[in-house]
Design a protein around this ligand. Sequence first.
Ligand code: UTP
Length: 288
Amino acid sequence: MAVVQDALLVAGGLGTRMLPTSASVPKEALPLVDIPALIHLAREAVAAGAQRLHIISSPRKDMTALLGDHAWLQEKRPELDPQLLSPFADVEVFIHIQHEPLGLGNAIECALDEIDGPFLVLLGDNILLDQHTSPNAFSPSLASKKLVESFGKNGLPCVGLMAVHPDEVSNYGVVRQEGARILEICEKPLPEDAPSNLVLCGRYLFTSDAKSLLQQYDVETYGELQSIALQQHWMKNDGLIGVELTNFQWYDSGKPLPWLQAQVDHALRRNDLSTSFRAWLQERLAED
Ligand code: UTP
């Protein structure tokens, strides 16, 4: 597998759709049942080979407790997988402050002085799971590893793609492809105008030219579309690859309803919870 040493866990946004919770708890710290989103992402990045994790935060967010090493609690819960209490112990961690939430491209720019080679980007409120393991025998997601494998084959930047229901495409960046190559990204199209039902799902592997390209496609000119301009540049030049993440569940903690749906879906699949949760849910639904 190719070596991609750096991963950005992007968490500099305001999280206004999760207020009032996000006023005191970063939405990226909200749990999927009992494991915070950012811990899922950190272990996914490490499983993909990253050894340097860059957390993009904002001046208003306190990540201290989330990023701490809680190994001292192991004796209270000896059955817990140790990587969940010390999720950052085996990597170098860098905190970068994005002073204004000017979009994904600007968030990425905050870390690029510390990065030389290709790097992964994981949106902090998007979890992609292919395994629904309990915290006692935790298996990290292999989503980012798939992007690193794609990069190993062709050396081209790539993005993770998920298929969504055709009615939902207008919430996302939707791609048009020829083979694996992306030819176009349509931002939030009407269902009838969407070129496919494959959408960007919060996982990216960008190459080191991103730094100079983000200066060329600057935030003053492109605003929140700066990261799309960067991807368009690659599409028009050497190429941008789409990596379809089949058999992954996509959980979003950015809005109340998807966050709630994520809890229910994951609980129904997780080996230590599914039997008792399913029984309770069926009984509860029968009451209505
Ligand atoms: P979102 O657009 O979903 O997050 O970005 P947001 O801006 O915090 O949400 P609302 O619109 O206010 O409810 C997806 C991820 O990218 C990060 C967010 O923190 C989130 O994890 N992000 C977004 C940044 O790091 N910087 C930004 O400027 C924007």
